[in-house]
Design a protein around this ligand. Structure first.
Ligand SMILES: [Zn+2]
Length: 194
C-alpha cells in the first residue's frame, strides 16, 4: 500500500492543499471544512465484547486525535461514494432497529422457549450494532479522502493516494520544509568564558 505522510500543520493551515481529490485525482468540485481523525485501535474493538458499545464509543472519542482542515478537495465521484456509504449505514441501523422491535415483540408474546429466542435476538442485535459502528467510521469524508491522523497527532497519512494528489502534496511538503528552514533560529554562539 502506498502511503504519503503529511505534517499536520500543512493539512490544518490549508496552505498547499491539492486542487484534486486524494482518491481519484480528479479536479475538486467541492471543498469541505472537515476533520481527519485517527483510526479506532484494534484492541478497543475487541474490548467491545466485554464492556459494551457505550463505553467503547466513549473511550474511542477520548483517545482519538483530530486534525481540522478548512477546505479539503472532493470530486463528484467522492460525493457519490459518500452518499452510498451513508445509505449503507442507514440500512444497517434500520435492520438493527427492526431486529430489536421484532425481538421485543417476540419476547412479549412468547410462551415456550423465551430464553433461547431472546439470546439469539440479543446476539444478532449486538453484531448488527458492531457492523453499524464499523459503518459509521466508513461513512465519513475522512474515510473517502483516505486520510488518517497518526496516534501522536503530528501527521496525517493518506493511503493509496492518486499520483496527481501525491505530486501536489509532496510539493506542499517541500515548501513547508523550506519555510521551516527559513524560520529556524541561528545556532547560538557560545558566550565568552569571562
Ligand atoms: Zn474523488
Amino acid at each position: 500500500m502506498r502511503v504519503v505522510v503529511v505534517p499536520a500543520p500543512i493539512v490544518a493551515s490549508g496552505h498547499g492543499t491539492p486542487t484534486v481529490c486524494a482518491r481519484h485525482g480528479e479536479t475538486a468540485t467541492e471543498h469541505h471544512d472537515m476533520t481527519f481523525r485517527s483510526l479506532v485501535p484494534g484492541w478497543l474493538i475487541l474490548l467491545y465484547f466485554f464492556i459494551g458499545p457505550a463505553l467503547v464509543v466513549l473511550i474511542a472519542l477520548l483517545i482519538q486525535r483530530k486534525v481540522r482542515t478548512p477546505a479539503w478537495p472532493f470530486c463528484p465521484r467522492c460525493a457519490q461514494s459518500l452518499t452510498i456509504r451513508r445509505i449503507v449505514l442507514a440500512g444497517v441501523f434500520a435492520v438493527a432497529a427492526l431486529c430489536a422491535a421484532v425481538s421485543v415483540f417476540y419476547y412479549l408474546g412468547a410462551r415456550g422457549d423465551r430464553a433461547g429466542g431472546m439470546t439469539g435476538a440479543i446476539l444478532l442485535i449486538v453484531l448488527l450494532l458492531l457492523a453499524g459502528l464499523r459503518a459509521i467510521t466508513l461513512a465519513t469524508r475522512g474515510r473517502v479522502a483516505n486520510g488518517y491522523v497518526a496516534e501522536n497527532g503530528m501527521t496525517v497519512e493518506f493511503r493509496n493516494p492518486h499520483p496527481e494528489f501525491l505530486r501536489q502534496i509532496v510539493a506542499a511538503k517541500e515548501e513547508y520544509q523550506r519555510y521551516l528552514a527559513s524560520v529556524q533560529p541561528v545556532t547560538p554562539v557560545a558566550p565568552p568564558p569571562f
